[in-house]
Write a protein that binds this ligand. Structure first.
Ligand code: MLT
Length: 387
């Protein structure tokens, strides 16, 4: 047996595991400290009642011989896939076929697994900073990566790759900077991909935070994108499903990858849990939608509170609008990890150090707005005391 030596190029720990290890160590040595968790983008609001009711009903079905179900279809139940097409795409003028929508256990796994469809010879372009799974899965596959720096001077909007990129990971609204792209800005990427025969892997996990009307919710709102883009979506952040696990990936037939992805899923994926798919379906009912919108309004409020509060304290702040993340420059003299340690030790606040998202994140930390209002207000108070 020989191992995949590309793994040796990865940092020892995945970013969010490293953070949770440090927080756990701190909590153990300070058992009475009330730690405010604004680090990982994990939701805190309970699931809306109609979603919980749908899960209860699904569990009840599984409890009786006449309604029991076994394996779910690898690509997901048609009723959920059709509901997604009817609610998330058709109203935006995007026509998709049922076979192009694949239900998943969430965006994180598919973003990593999609990498299996491509040879290791592909050159990959990745925004710097970015969600670490794109880099990690490209490194695991031994691919060459071009980083596209995003900093305050370019408003965190990346330039097109210098050398031809075969695969491009884009995430908008962006994690971690909170940047969004207008229709025209995204169109430039679709045109690049069409000209260069590249594939865009479009991570739209934060789509539900978009409020401005000129920001596309799906890459397929751009003409011609179906030939060059796969889109990954999730109920985690939109509907509070980080524990439930459900999302979907659109692999249009025009990319030439749909049959391959289906083949991959049939071998390696035994389908998303029935209860999770019924829960996802319930998010589209009128009452389900109300509950989801209430939770989203709450997080949009905490994003606004945190970004304004940090600004008032004199921090240089980006994001927090159309996105649940606040990207904040660290004070002079700090690195992103040393500021992370300072906030943990002196204020018992957890943030995410920007360097964990790539070298261009070194002077920043990220605050997540997936928290409750009381904790955000308390965090701002503690930061004021620190200043
Ligand atoms: C983040 O905090 O960047 C993400 O929420 C983590 C994840 O989705 O895996």
């Amino acid at each position: 047996m020989t191992i995949n030596t590309h793994f040796q190029q990865l940092p020892d720990n995945y970013l969010f595991k490293e953070i949770s290890n440090r927080v756990e160590a701190f909590q153990q040595s300070h058992p009475n400290a009330r730690v405010l968790r604004l680090g990982v983008g994990d939701v805190t609001r309970p699931l809306p009642l109609p979603v919980v009711d749908a899960m209860h009903r699904a569990v009840e079905e599984l409890a009786h011989p006449e309604t029991f179900r076994g394996y779910c279809p690898e690509e997901g139940y048609p009723w959920l896939r059709q509901t997604i097409i009817d609610n998330d795409y058709r109203p935006r003028g995007v026509q998709l076929e049922l076979e192009e929508v694949f239900i998943s256990e969430g965006a994180g796994s598919d973003l990593g697994n999609l990498s299996e469809l491509f040879s290791s010879a592909n050159r990959v372009a990745i925004l710097d900073p970015s969600y670490p799974a794109y880099v990690d899965s490209s490194v695991m596959a031994g691919r060459e990566i071009e980083f596209l720096p995003c900093h305050a001077d370019n408003n965190f909007v990346p330039s097109l790759p210098k050398e031809k990129a075969d695969i491009i990971y884009l995430c908008f609204p962006n994690n971690p900077t909170g940047t969004v792209l207008t229709h025209d800005q995204l169109k430039a990427w679709v045109e690049y991909a069409r000209t260069n025969k590249s594939l865009i892997i479009f991570d739209a996990a934060y789509e539900s935070f978009i409020e401005d009307s000129d920001i596309p919710h799906s890459i397929y709102e751009i003409e011609g994108a179906k030939e060059v883009a796969v889109e990954v979506r999730s109920y985690s952040k939109s509907s509070g499903f980080t524990a439930v696990r459900c999302g979907w990936t659109v692999v249009p037939k025009a990319t030439g990858l749909q049959a391959m992805w289906m083949r991959r899923q049939c071998t390696k994926y035994n389908g998303t849990a029935y209860v999770a798919q019924r829960a996802a379906e319930a998010t589209y009912t009128p009452l389900g939608k109300d509950g989801i919108q209430n939770n989203l309004a709450h997080y949009k409020g905490t994003a606004q509170l945190l970004s304004q509060g940090l600004r008032d304290l004199g921090f240089e702040v980006y994001g927090g609008k159309n996105a649940p993340y606040i990207w904040c420059r660290v004070p002079k003299g700090y690195t992103s990890w040393s500021f992370f340690d300072c906030l943990l030790n002196n204020c018992q606040i957890v943030c995410t150090p920007g360097a964990g998202f790539g070298p261009s994140g070194e002077s920043y930390v990220r605050f997540s707005a997936f928290s409750n209002r009381k904790d955000c207000e308390e965090a701002l108070k503690r930061l004021q005391a620190l200043a």
